[in-house]
Ligand binder design. Sequence first.
Ligand code: ADP
Ligand code: NA
Length: 318
Amino acid sequence: AAYKVIFSGIQPTGIPHLGNYVGALREWKRLQDRAGPGTKLLFCIVDMHALTSPRPAEELKKGRLEMLASLLAIGIDPKKSTIFFQSSVPAHTELQWILSCTASTGYLSRMTQWKVINHGAADILLYQTTHVPVGDDQRQHVEFTRECATNFNHAYKMRCLIPPNTMSTISRRIMSLTDPLKKMSKSDLSGKTRISIIDTPDQITRKINRVRTDNFPTIQYDPINRPGAANLIRIMAAFDPKGRTVDQLGEEMTGKKYSELKDVVTPLVIDGLAGLSERYEHFISDPEKLLDIARAGGVVARAMADETMRQVRELVGT
Ligand code: ADP
Ligand code: NA
C-alpha cells in the first residue's frame, strides 16, 4: 500500500526523560517532519495502561497534561499528527476483548505475564497501523501484535487486521544515572536517576557530575564491565553533532578520565535539550488549550477506530 499509518504510545507517568527523548520522542518528531501526504501519524497518551499502577485520579489527570505539553514542546504538531488520550477511544477495550478470544493459548499465557502488551496490540490494530516506531525494549510488543492480527484473520478467514511492521528507531537504551544496569525510567521514584527533558542546565550539570562511574581510573567502551562509561558514551552519541557512532566515540574517549568524559557530555545534553523547558512551560500554562487539543485528536482517532471496528463487528457478527 502507498499509504502509511504510524502509531506509537507513551504512558502519562511523568515528564519524559532523556531515554524517552532519544529512544522515542525525538524520533516521532523526525517521522512527522519527514512524513509525505500518504502518511498518517497517531501518538497516543496511554492513560488506560497507566491504570495498571493505580494512583489518585488527580495525578493521572495531571500526568496526561504534562505528557501532552511535553510532546508539543518537542515539536509534535497537532496539525500534522493526531495526539490523543487512549481513554477517548472506548473501542480499545472492545477490540482487546475480541482479540483475546482468538489468541492462541501460548499467546494467552505470555499475555498474562505481561498484561500491558495485551492492551498494546489492540491499540495498534485499531488504527490499521502499518508501522510502529519502537525502542529496543518494545520490539516484542510489535511481534505480539502481529501474532494477534494473524490469529484473528486466520480465525475469521479474512485479512481484516493489518499485521504492523516494526520501524526500527536507532536503538539506544539509556540507563539510570545511579545504576547503569537499570534502564532510565519515568516510574523510578527518585528523580536523581534520570535527566528530565525540562531540567535546567544547572540540574543537568549536577546530575551528570554525580553519575555513578565504574571502578576504573580511565575510560574504555566496554558495556559489560564498564556500564557507567558505556551509558555516558551512548548519551554522547545521541547528541553528537557529527553523528558519530558509539564505537567511534568510545574509541575517541579511550584512556581519558571519567571527569573528562562528563565535561564533554554535559554541554551536549544541555544543547540537545535547549528550549524544551521554555516551550513546556508555555504549553502547560494553558490547560484548557491542552484539553482542546486532546479532544480534537480524540475525534480523529475515534473516526479511524470506528472504521476498523465496523469491519471487525461485521466479521464477528456483533
Ligand atoms: P518509561 O519506561 O520511561 O515509563 P514508557 O514505557 O512510557 O517509558 O516508554 C515510552 C517510550 O520511550 C518507548 O518507546 C520506549 O521504548 C522508550 N524508552 C523508555 N525508556 C527508555 C530508555 N531508558 N532508553 C531509551 N528509550 C526508552
Ligand atoms: Na515503562
